[in-house]
Design a protein around this ligand. Structure first.
Ligand code: ADP
Length: 396
């Protein structure tokens, strides 16, 4: 049988999909339905086959309707999507808490467990669940698999995932480090070991997933041993609109200053990071501002690269031996400037960037000099392929 997997990434108001062969990685179609359930705007669907995109205004008051829009797009624009040709549907699910260490074949108990984890990911798990329910209704006889963003980080040792907070918080409120972007960290760390010509089980790497959201992971012998995000995707690196590490005293300080908690939440999720420092969360725009001599943008670049370098340094200590560094996601793959700034701060580790290798776009390549003590690579991430592969693996 073919290894055709429909990968779904359902957000609160969007449904992204990709139809691909999990063995070969060949993508036969992809697309997205956006603005699902928005009262004031029509939903928009984009379906891409062989590089040709078709965009339509559609009615999608909920995820079930959005799923029908997707099926219509396949029926109209191709390729044919017949349930009997489909090996499985693979779902991205953001939070698996400490219940899911690996992908899970979806049944009612798995759905209940994902529901139970909503308090840990109130912005994400409900949308993921809506996508699962819609896909189960659309493909009632096709196996469905949930692939969790947190699962790859379940190998963290207790000294890395435990916060030094009261026992009641840890036990009753499930306060611990969970980590995100796990699918990307899994894919990229394994790929980097291959590129280094080493066995995964004997390779220690740091993966820097630098997109609008950003996180670092320390991976030893294929198992994640530390990562920079915890309960929510706020901690760690400076991101597009989120601050990364902060003093936990900040909320009570601001409360005493009269800042309402809603303003605080909004500012941390949508008004901090690059946007808080420069007014934009688009890294290309930040780079343009730096070129134009804007001091805020120059400071932002310093803050971002300094924070990343500190994490790499601390993860080198955690790993004991560092065999390679991978830059991935939008900024990590596309920005030679950021990579150069980060690597320049890592001279203590004997790292030396090669300006020619580092220049240019997102192709897979080494960007350090031959005499660099640790090689750094650009490794484009592919979360859909990783979800498809994990889906296939758990079923086979
Ligand atoms: P998301 O977390 O939303 O998936 P992406 O991985 O797509 O994010 O990354 C988005 C970020 O990548 C944005 O800040 C964007 O400006 C940045 N980016 C995309 N292309 C480039 C480029 N050519 N140069 C610098 N930054 C880029």
């Amino acid at each position: 049988m073919s290894a055709l997997v429909l990968v779904l990434n359902a957000g609160s108001s969007s449904l992204k999909y990709q139809l691909l062969d999990a063995d070969s990685g060949t993508v036969s179609a992809s697309g997205v339905v956006e603005r699902i359930g928005e009262p004031d705007a029509k939903a928009v669907a984009r379906h891409t086959v062989s590089g040709e995109a078709t965009t339509r205004d559609v009615d999608a008051p909920d995820h079930h309707a959005a799923m029908r829009v997707v099926l219509d797009a396949f029926a109209t624009d191709g390729p044919p999507l017949r349930p009997q040709d489909l090996y499985a549907v693979g779902h991205r699910v953001v939070h698996g808490g400490d219940l899911f260490r690996s992908p899970a074949i979806v049944d009612d108990a798995v759905i209940d467990a994902i529901e139970d984890l909503v308090p840990l990911a109130p912005l994400h798990n409900p949308g993921n669940l809506a996508g699962i329910r819609a896909a189960r209704a659309a493909f009632p006889t096709t196996p469905q698999v949930a692939v969790f963003d947190t699962a790859f980080h379940q190998t963290l040792p207790p000294h890395a995932f435990t916060y030094a907070v009261p026992r009641e918080w840890r036990e009753r409120h499930r306060v611990r480090r969970y980590g995100f972007h796990g699918t990307s960290h899994a894919f990229v760390s394994r790929r980097l070991a291959t590129l280094l010509g080493r066995d995964v089980s004997e390779t220690n790497v740091v993966v820097l997933h630098l997109g609008n959201g950003a996180s670092a992971a320390a991976v030893a012998g294929g198992a994640c041993i530390d990562t920079s995000m915890w309960l929510s995707p706020l901690e760690g690196l400076v991101m597009g609109t989120r601050p990364g590490d902060l003093d936990p005293a900040l909320p009570s300080h601001l409360a005493r200053e009269g800042v309402p908690i809603e303003d605080y939440d909004r500012a941390l999720n949508a008004g901090s990071g690059l946007r808080g420092l420069t007014g934009t969360n688009d890294f290309r725009e930040v780079e343009r501002l730096v070129e134009a001599g804007d001091p805020d943008a120059a400071l932002a670049l310093d803050i971002v690269s300094y924070r990343i370098a500190k994490y790499v340094g601390s993860y080198a200590v955690a790993l004991g031996r560092l065999d390679g560094i991978a830059f991935t996601a939008g900024i990590g793959e596309h920005s030679p400037r950021l990579r150069a700034e980060v690597l320049a701060r890592l001279g203590l580790l004997g790292i030396r960037v090669d300006a020619d290798r580092n220049a240019g776009g997102p192709s897979e390549r080494v960007v350090t000099a031959d005499d660099s003590a640790v090689p750094a690579w650009v490794v484009p991430t592919n979360e859909e392929l990783e979800i498809a592969r994990q889906t296939l693996a758990v079923l086979r």
